[in-house]
Design a protein around this ligand. Structure first.
Ligand SMILES: NC(=O)c1ccc[n+]([C@@H]2O[C@H](COP(=O)([O-])OP(=O)(O)OC[C@H]3O[C@@H](n4cnc5c(N)ncnc54)[C@H](OP(=O)(O)O)[C@@H]3O)[C@@H](O)[C@H]2O)c1
Length: 161
């Protein structure tokens, strides 16, 4: 199964110059807790932006997507995928947490069964956005307040009849 984990502001902004537009410690802690022991996947650009801190991630495996067949992540533990079909096949055996960024969310959202979305209050400056989606396709399972600035929504795709 594919699960998206993301944080966006009131206007669905997720990034600014390859960084998060905000620094909210409660959300960072929440992110680390949710991905602990899990297989996570991200695009090459997001990977490059976090690779110096990736050892703080207590995950089972990191998968990076790139179209570059010669890409060297400089870490033999990183699994590289070049195609969406590789992600879909892997996720039949094991859940994958999709950790962004914008391009990766956009392409994998149609296959995603669950989303863990932190809504960050306010309008920030930036250049990367979460894809627009029909919120009638998802139902709210649970809500958790992290701080006055951040609320987490656990969403599940409504099965088609
Ligand atoms: N707020 C949040 O929750 C959150 C989470 C994560 C990231 N972000 C932000 O998102 C921004 C980055 O997003 P982005 O869209 O620029 O980059 P991205 O999605 O992280 O990575 C894009 C790269 O992924 C690879 N890729 C994309 N589609 C592919 C496919 N179908 N097959 C194989 N490889 C594929 C390509 O790598 P190659 O160019 O190597 O081919 C592409 O350049 C940053 O600002 C980051 O801080 C925010």
């Amino acid at each position: 199964m594919l699960k998206i984990i993301a944080a966006h502001d009131n206007e669905f902004l997720i990034g600014n110059k390859n960084k998060l537009p905000w620094n909210i410690k409660e959300d960072i802690e929440h992110f680390h807790k949710e991905i602990e022991g899990k297989v996570i996947l991200m695009g090459r650009i997001t990977y490059e932006s976090i690779k110096n801190i990736k050892n703080n991630f207590k995950v089972k495996k990191i998968i990076v997507m790139t179209k570059n067949l010669n890409y060297d992540p400089k870490d033999s533990d990183i699994l590289i995928f070049h195609k969406i079909i590789d992600v879909l096949q892997y996720s039949e055996k094991e859940d994958i947490y999709i950790c962004g960024g914008s391009e990766i969310y956009e392409q994998l959202l149609p296959y995603t069964k669950e989303m863990i979305i932190t809504e960050i209050k306010g309008i920030y400056e930036g250049d990367s956005y979460f894809p627009l989606y029909d919120n009638k396709e998802f139902k709210l399972i649970k809500e958790k307040k992290l701080s006055d600035q951040a609320i987490v929504k656990y969403l599940s795709r409504i099965k088609k009849k």
